[in-house]
Write a protein that binds this ligand. Structure first.
Ligand SMILES: Cc1cc2nc3c(=O)[nH]c(=O)nc-3n(C[C@H](O)[C@H](O)[C@H](O)COP(=O)(O)O)c2cc1C
Length: 563
């Protein structure tokens, strides 16, 4: 359906695209045999299919799991299209009907024609009436004659009727519906723009998270559940959000978290992200699964001219922008010994030419799908353990910091501190690894409660679900040195470096506003007392112990059972 929609209507609106993909939603639930094999039976069956698919799809689209959320009118429009309302007067409904017909011609016509009950008159009727009408609308004889080779017969029937002269489709195909960058003013706007303009597979790969998405949603929801305690009557004329990360000065406590396969979003992928980070004066962590080798990312960064210094005194920082990987430090991701099960990514086949030069692995599809996330599974070593941290330290030149990314409990934060690493990222991979793992801001609270000393002995970073300047502020109040942005940076990258800059500057502005409203002017003034965490306190473990607080029963080893 998607392919034929692109042919029939390259400029199809996002709602039409959705309706097109969803029009046969759970069709198998109402088999044709459940209605009499007569024409009235057929028509009733079709009407039932449409109304059931429309209401099920509307229900699904309204669920909180759908991100970014769709407006009620958009959902209603998708449902109306699936119901094929106003077929004669609504151009989009007509396009949807045409696409269904084209799919039939392409895929099912030959089988249909062979059925004994289908006589010549019906075929000629269908070809002369329906197919010719579509043909006239599409205005491109190549569609029927060349791209449906199996249906030669229909081609003959159609082309034997008088037709308007073929008109070439507009070239080049118009760009997908991407709103102008200047119209985007929130992280949600960027996500919506990505939804309407990324190819379906790219959006599935970037936005997806593990299984039922609980952790993915909890990351953001936990920030909303924490309240601010605004303080008034402080002089907040000038605020500074500058800080340092592992000894390097940066203009904001925000960094681009490592994300793989940047080319799926922008042809210059991580190189373009690097240009944006350099001109912003913020840190970038480059993934081992980047679309470019590290040296090429570094070249792009080196060649990026610094922007003129602005109010945040960027110029000095631009000489010293930390790129973490193997230069300024090593971020070792520890929360994904195996890839998470990301079903939205799994369901759509991957482009098998997608590969990651640093790991040397490539996308592969099979009957179950083709998650791009599987690429990582091909080189991750599930046997890596704490002992390897000491080994890694021995391999690195002295002074190169190690940061463990993916710490999710006080126990592991303490262990990391004892191993002497310079930093940790409290992260659950943006909810992409293990569903129902805790929201990361709650893990910061756990560290505050159970092992506050870690904040003095290492730099603690956090990522996951940060969508607002208030989120950044809350993380910093709870001891984070800086926050990582994963998906958001890729949604910005949809518009190139300029988009990433707009995205980060938008968060910076929101952060500054929050600081002013809370009566603080620099990041060394933030502290947990500026927050009300009452709504989540009961979720925070009481100690850094392995034991469950009260459930003590343990399974007996096999063989000792008295039963
Ligand atoms: C498309 C995508 C690819 C990612 N690839 C990596 C990766 O290669 N290595 C890694 O440590 N984390 C990876 N992550 C996780 C991010 O570094 C980060 O932890 C997460 O995205 C933060 O959550 P957020 O997207 O809600 O900001 C990836 C995340 C996304 C969305």
């Amino acid at each position: 359906m998607t392919r034929w929609l692109a042919t029939r209507s390259p400029e199809a609106s996002p709602t039409l695209q959705l309706a097109c993909r969803a029009q046969h939603f759970r069709r198998w639930e109402i088999p044709r045999s459940s209605y009499p094999m007569t024409r009235p039976g057929y028509l009733t069956w079709r009407a039932k299919l449409k109304s059931q698919a429309a209401s099920q799809v509307a229900e699904l689209l309204a669920s909180p799991a759908v991100e970014p959320a769709l407006a009620g009118e958009e959902i209603e429009r998708v449902a109306a299209l699936i119901r094929k309302e106003n077929l004669k007067s609504d151009d989009e409904t007509q396009i949807l009907e045409d696409v269904a017909c084209l799919v039939f011609l392409d895929d099912q016509f030959d089988e249909f024609e062979k059925k004994p009950e289908i006589d010549e008159e019906k075929i000629i009727g269908f070809a002369g009436r329906d197919a010719t009408a579509i043909y006239s609308r599409v205005h491109a004889d190549s569609i029927i004659q060349t791209t449906i080779p199996v249906s030669k017969r229909i081609g003959q029937l159609v082309t034997s009727t008088p037709l308007p002269p073929p008109v070439q489709p507009p070239s080049p195909p118009p760009p997908s519906s991407k709103p102008p960058l200047a119209s985007l003013i929130s992280s949600h706007d960027f996500a919506a723009a990505a939804f309407s303009s990324f190819p379906a597979k790219t959006f599935a790969f970037v936005s997806s998270a593990a299984t039922d998405l609980h952790t993915h949603h909890a990351n953001t929801a936990a920030y909303s559940a924490i309240g601010l305690r605004p303080r008034v009557l402080h002089d907040v004329t000038a605020v500074s959000i500058r800080t340092t990360i592992l000894g390097h000065r940066v203009t904001a406590p925000i960094f681009c978290a490592p994300t793989s396969l940047g080319k799926t979003v922008h042809p210059e992928g991580e190189r373009e992200l690097g240009r944006a980070c350099k001109s912003l004066g913020i840190a970038q962590v480059v993934s081992t699964s980047a679309s470019f080798p590290l040296a090429e990312v570094m070249d792009a960064i080196r060649l990026t001219p610094p922007l003129p210094a602005n109010g945040r005194e960027q110029q000095q920082e631009q000489q010293d922008i930390p790129v973490f990987f193997q230069l300024y430090g090593v971020f070792l991701t520890v929360d994904a010994p195996v890839p998470g099960k990301r079903e939205a990514d799994e369901r759509l086949a991957a482009d098998e030419s997608t590969h990651t030069p640093m790991s040397g692995t490539r996308a592969v599809n099979d009957a179950a799908g083709g998650a791009l996330g599987r690429i990582m599974g091909k080189y991750i070593d599930a046997s890596v353990s704490w002992a390897d941290i000491a080994w890694l330290r021995g391999c690195l030149p002295s002074g190169v910091p190690i940061v463990l990314k993916g710490i999710q409990t006080a126990m592991d934060a303490v262990k990391a501190m004892e191993m002497g690493v310079e930093g940790i990222v409290v992260s659950n991979h943006g909810g992409r690894s293990l569903d129902t793992a805790p929201a990361t801001v709650l893990v910061l609270l756990e560290l505050q409660r159970c092992c506050p000393e870690v904040f003095d002995r290492m730099e603690v970073f956090v990522d996951g679900g940060v969508k607002r300047g208030t989120d950044v502020f809350k993380a910093l109040c709870l001891g984070a040195r800086a926050v990582g942005i994963g998906r958001g940076a890729l949604y910005g990258l949809n518009y190139g470096a300029e988009g990433v800059r707009r995205y980060v500057e938008m968060l910076n502005d929101e952060l500054e506003t929050t600081m002013k409203m809370c009566g603080v002017t620099s990041l060394d003034q933030v502290h947990p007392g500026l927050l009300n965490t009452g709504a989540v306190d009961h979720l925070i473990p009481q100690s850094a112990a392995e034991e469950h607080p009260y459930a003590k029963w343990r399974r007996k080893p096999e063989g000792n059972s008295k039963l």
